[in-house]
Ligand binder design. Structure first.
Ligand code: COA
Length: 181
């Protein structure tokens, strides 16, 4: 665990969970409180010329789900600031069941990183990953200005690992933003 997170834990008096330091001071929410799942079936209008699920349709579903996760965490309207690490691992085909699972992995002051995993689900319920994406959502007030979000209670080892990786991804995003690449 990084020194920053350990310090945050000590400051907040938490032993078994760590907390997003930059989120709104008094309010913290668990990852599970905004975790959201959605299932679609691939229909003919979702296919591209090669007979596979059109990537743009999947991106729409991913963006929509990430937005819902952001709304549930922040209890605010949200806008998508960026999408990165969008990896198409394998294709999906007509009638496939597509399951998307979104969860908050990191929060800043007004932004939330949301990871969306997409799977093809077999009829027996087995899931094979086809895509993973990280999106940054920003909570906005009634005037469209960024507004603070609750901190994130990180309870499991997996959530903690995501949080630490999220810090690194945020640094990369900030660098891209300032350097313009
Ligand atoms: C996202 C947006 C609100 C940020 O506004 P801004 O004036 O740049 O505000 P700030 O510089 O204060 O940044 C606000 C937060 O967004 C984050 N952010 C801004 N641009 C970002 C980017 N390209 N990638 C990731 N995060 C970004 C900042 O890091 C900051 O996070 P923090 O408060 O947790 O530290 C603004 O750029 C916007 O409205 N973009 C268009 C969004 C949109 O229309 N999306 C498509 C439809 S939903």
């Amino acid at each position: 665990m990084s020194r920053d997170i350990k310090n945050a834990l000590a400051e907040m008096g938490y032993a078994g969970a760590c907390v997003g330091r930059e989120g709104t001071g008094n309010m913290k929410k668990a990852v599970s409180e905004s975790k959201t799942e959605q299932v679609y079936q691939v229909r003919p209008e979702h296919l591209n010329g090669a007979g596979r699920l059109f990537g743009g349709k999947l991106m729409e579903w991913i963006d929509e789900l990430a937005g819902l996760v952001g709304i549930r965490h922040s209890q605010r309207d949200v806008v998508t600031a960026s999408v990165d690490n969008l990896k198409f691992i394998r294709g999906a085909y007509l009638k496939d069941l597509i399951a998307l699972v979104g969860r908050v992995t990191f929060v800043g002051k007004t932004s939330m990183e949301v990871r969306v995993d997409t799977y093809v689900e077999s009829l027996d319920g087995t899931r094979k990953p086809i895509n993973r994406a990280y999106l940054t959502l920003v909570a906005v007030d009634a005037d469209g200005n960024p507004t603070e979000v609750p901190g994130l209670l990180v309870k499991t080892e997996a959530e903690r690992a995501e949080w630490e990786a999220g810090m690194k991804r945020r640094e990369m995003r900030m660098l891209r933003r300032t350097e313009g690449f």
